[in-house]
Ligand binder design. Structure first.
Ligand SMILES: C[S@@+](CC[C@H](N)C(=O)[O-])C[C@H]1O[C@@H](n2cnc3c(N)ncnc32)[C@H](O)[C@@H]1O
Length: 406
């Protein structure tokens, strides 16, 4: 195929991708749409065909570790679009990207224009070499590519700080460097893991802390380096049923596993939701700020089918526990529903199962009565040494920040 024919095919595929993103509501800003129409995504994933580069619904993995686990990727188009829209980048801005696939840095370069600047940092020299080469070949040689741990400060950061910091790797804390190097009116977009959940959060400054205004359900490869962090996994029934908890939360694995093999108590809440209401992701986050300890119960489909657990979605279900008892949220088809509707319930095990089930069900009721119509939960991040008064209640403590979810 001639080069001009290949370019024409890539342009047609890019156009289809943009139309698809617009139809799904993933692209709403005209500036981001214009950047998407320009950046040749296929040149940043030469490992796959142009059809796959533009048509694959999720990320294209570009590097795996010795165990076969993905450590680098070019993120899915819908996620690039949602994150860039949440970042609200305008011409002339100075932007820092952490994690260098090349494609997102090129989109950022389009958004900041000639007067702005984009710096992208990656901890893996293979990835920075790849990004440098592909950015150069695609005509984005102006993007500065740095080999460094992105949790550390950038040596030649602008004096006023970066207008935008866009993290494109799964973090379990907000690095002090990001807080220090963000301009006063800056925005930080970061995929954050907390309490077994994974949300890309767009933060803006509010007085001396950060306040979220966008939460996107998303998965990312995990951060490596000094801030690498793996959540703790308590196996309740081998690998089939697991409780994912944060390290600062005490969980007695033996006592909880014993509880899980004991009798179950089921409690239905009468709280219903529609199939496309998008309520569960909001409940998931809000509960993490309303009950403690909070983690995620994850189960294989086979475990659900064998009745080992109630109906639990693949991304897991909210769970609470005590020393020797645990409870989690489950779903069933709403009784007498004529359309796609589900009822939330709670299943609990262990000597304290009835009390724990009532406690979690009460929180679900509170969500239904007070929060349900309020929109997205809000995540605030305070530096751990801050004396600024927060809203109180349950906090999620990370090494550098304290999260408060309301
Ligand atoms: C999902 S990829 C980046 C996607 C990319 N920005 C794109 O254009 O779609 C995540 C990258 O983060 C990098 N990474 C992991 N830990 C890091 C760290 N501590 N500092 C900087 N980069 C890191 C990985 O090497 C990987 O290349």
């Amino acid at each position: 195929m001639t080069e001009s024919r290949m370019d024409a095919e890539a342009s047609a595929l890019r156009e289809q991708m943009v139309e698809g993103l617009r139809e799904r509501g993933a692209l709403t800003s005209s500036a981001v749409e214009a950047a998407f129409r320009k950046v040749p995504r296929h040149l940043f994933v030469p490992e796959v065909s142009a059809e796959e580069a533009y048509g694959a619904p999720e990320a294209v993995f570009t590097k795996r570790n010795a165990q076969g686990k993905p450590v680098s990727s070019v993120s899915a188009p819908w996620l690039h679009a949602r994150m860039l829209e949440a970042a609200q980048v305008v011409p002339g801005m100075r932007v820092l990207e952490i994690g260098s696939g090349g494609c997102n840095a090129a989109l950022l370069a389009e958004l900041v224009g000639e007067q702005g600047s984009v710096t992208t940092m990656d901890i893996d020299p293979d990835i920075t070499a790849r990004a440098r080469r592909l950015l150069g070949e695609a005509g984005y040689g102006q993007v500065r590519v740095r080999d460094a741990d992105g949790a550390r400060p950038v040596q030649d950061a602008p004096v006023q700080g970066f207008d935008r910091i866009v993290v494109t790797v799964g973090a379990s804390d907000l690095s002090v460097a990001w807080l220090d190097q963000l301009a006063p009116a800056g925005r930080l977009v970061v995929p954050l893991r907390f309490r077994g959940l994974s949300r890309t959060i767009a933060f803006a400054r509010e007085r001396d802390h950060l306040r979220s205004d966008t939460l996107i359900v998303s998965g990312f490869v995990a951060m490596q380096g000094d801030s690498a962090h793996a959540p703790r996994v308590v196996c309740l029934a081998g690998r089939e049923v697991r409780l994912v908890v944060d390290e600062d939360q005490p969980a007695d694995a033996d006592a909880l596993t014993a509880a899980f093999t004991g009798p179950r108590h089921e409690r239905w809440t009468g709280v219903e939701l529609g199939g496309s209401e998008g309520l569960l992701p909001r409940l998931d986050v809000w509960l993490a700020g309303a009950v403690a300890p909070y983690g995620r119960l994850r189960a294989t489909q086979a475990a659900s089918e064998r009745g080992l657990v109630g109906w639990v979605l693949s991304r897991g279900a909210p769970a609470v526990w005590e020393h020797d008892s645990l409870a989690y949220v489950t779903l069933r088809q709403a009784p007498q529903a004529t359309e796609e509707r589900y009822e939330l319930g709670v299943i609990a095990h262990g000597p304290q199962r009835e009390r724990l089930a009532a406690h979690l069900a009460e929180a679900v009721h509170r969500f239904d009565k007070v929060i349900r119509d309020e929109g997205e939960p809000v995540v605030r991040a305070y530096r751990r040494d801050s004396h600024e008064p927060g809203p109180g209640g349950v906090t999620v403590d990370k090494p550098s920040v304290r999260l408060v979810i309301t």
